[in-house]
Design a protein around this ligand. Structure first.
Ligand code: PLP
Length: 348
């Protein structure tokens, strides 16, 4: 396979250690979100053998695959009702915001003679998973009433589709919600899970409220990136993953297409020539908007299902067919590259 994703395990483990050390100094435990590795058992095993005591996946299929790994397993995409039995069988902890899910998880856990840990998710502005604040106490109370479950904590998820960042206001709201649950229900919550990689900023700046004692961290460990702010954390390695792909064609061509479109529009041929290349990564592998060329003079100008087109006119190097180009990846590109059967994974 000519298209390769090289994974530098030293860099990966380095990022995990730096994040864990930073968090542990503030009494915050970290679950490593491994979902971006798309079920790659060798890599997940490596993390678990080198300090990851807890991993998070969004697909139960991966936790089934990792059944023999000795690590606490979280399902962080809230359980599908249709998969509740497998969730209880293969996950130790799940993030839950629906009463029906709690009920099913408990029923299966009871039948299997197990207790499953539930973390109740609270909506704090991102508009993703989570109950609204007024539902929190009733849901926690319901969870406590179910024989197959333990209430492991409460949590929130930010910085995803709407890129709301953790700040003093929403993190204090989470901390206060935890105190309210504890006071009203006369319990102690083991975990208050304050979010994901974007919270690394508050962690570094020492502004995370003390009551937040758990984070679920993916992208910062995999890519060294503080999500939403798009900056590396201090000491981060951004070189864990490197994607290389072969150039198929290099030609001097007019700068824009010409001919007739289906709606009758006529495009005229422009003068001038640009150096254009076809490169062997397509949308079936990674959408080009998630690729960051190592050579900053490469401009990606379009992609098709099986290759993308780059403008190489400004490049110093005289690229030719058969040469390879290297790219760093954004998170969504990493996920699809890891999932692509057309990309060889080279673990070093
Ligand atoms: C519920 C939940 N928590 C935590 C994470 C980790 O996010 P990040 O990769 O930004 O650290 C994700 C996303 O992967 C998620 O869906």
């Amino acid at each position: 396979m000519s298209t390769k994703l090289t994974i530098d395990t030293n860099a990966l483990l380095h990022n995990m250690r730096v994040i864990k050390d930073l968090a542990e100094k503030k009494n915050v435990s970290v679950s490593v979100v491994t979902k971006g590795l798309v079920g790659n058992e060798a890599l997940v095993r490596l993390l678990t053998e080198n300090g990851a005591v807890s991993i998070c996946e969004s697909h139960i299929e991966n936790l089934i695959k990792f059944e023999n790994l000795h690590v606490e397993k979280w399902l962080i995409r809230s359980p599908l009702l249709s998969e509740a039995d497998e969730v209880v069988r293969f996950a130790d902890v799940s993030l839950v915001s629906e009463r029906e899910a709690l009920k099913k998880l408990s029923a299966f856990a009871e039948a299997m003679g197990k207790t499953h840990k539930a973390v109740i998710m609270l909506e704090l502005g991102e508009l993703r998973e989570g109950c609204m604040p007024e539902e929190l106490i009733p849901l926690c109370e319901y969870c406590l009433s179910l024989p197959g479950l333990t209430l492991h904590g409460i949590g929130t998820h930010l910085s995803s589709i709407n890129e709301i960042v953790p700040d003093e206001s929403n993190m204090t709201a989470l901390a206060d919600a935890a105190t309210e649950v504890e006071d009203k229900l006369n319990i102690k919550l083991p975990l208050v899970s304050g979010g994901s990689s974007s919270a690394v900023k508050m962690l570094s700046e020492n502004t995370l409220p003390a009551r937040i004692n758990h984070l679920r961290i993916g992208e910062a460990i995999l890519l060294g990136n503080v999500v939403c702010y798009d900056v590396p954390f201090e000491g981060a390695r951004a070189d864990v993953f490197s994607l290389t792909a072969e150039i198929i064609e290099v030609k001097e061509k007019p700068p824009a297409p010409w001919g007739e479109l289906a709606d009758g529009t006529i495009l005229n041929k422009d003068s001038g020539l640009r150096k254009r290349a076809l490169v062997a990564i397509g949308k079936q592998d990674v959408f080009s908007k998630y690729l960051i060329p190592e050579d900053p003079d490469i401009e990606i100008v379009g992609d098709t299902s099986d290759c993308f087109i780059a403008d190489l006119t400004e490049c110093q190097k005289p690229y030719k067919p058969g040469d390879t180009l290297s790219f760093r990846l954004k998170y969504n590109g990493l996920v699809s590259a890891m999932a692509s059967d057309y990309i060889e994974k080279v673990i070093i």
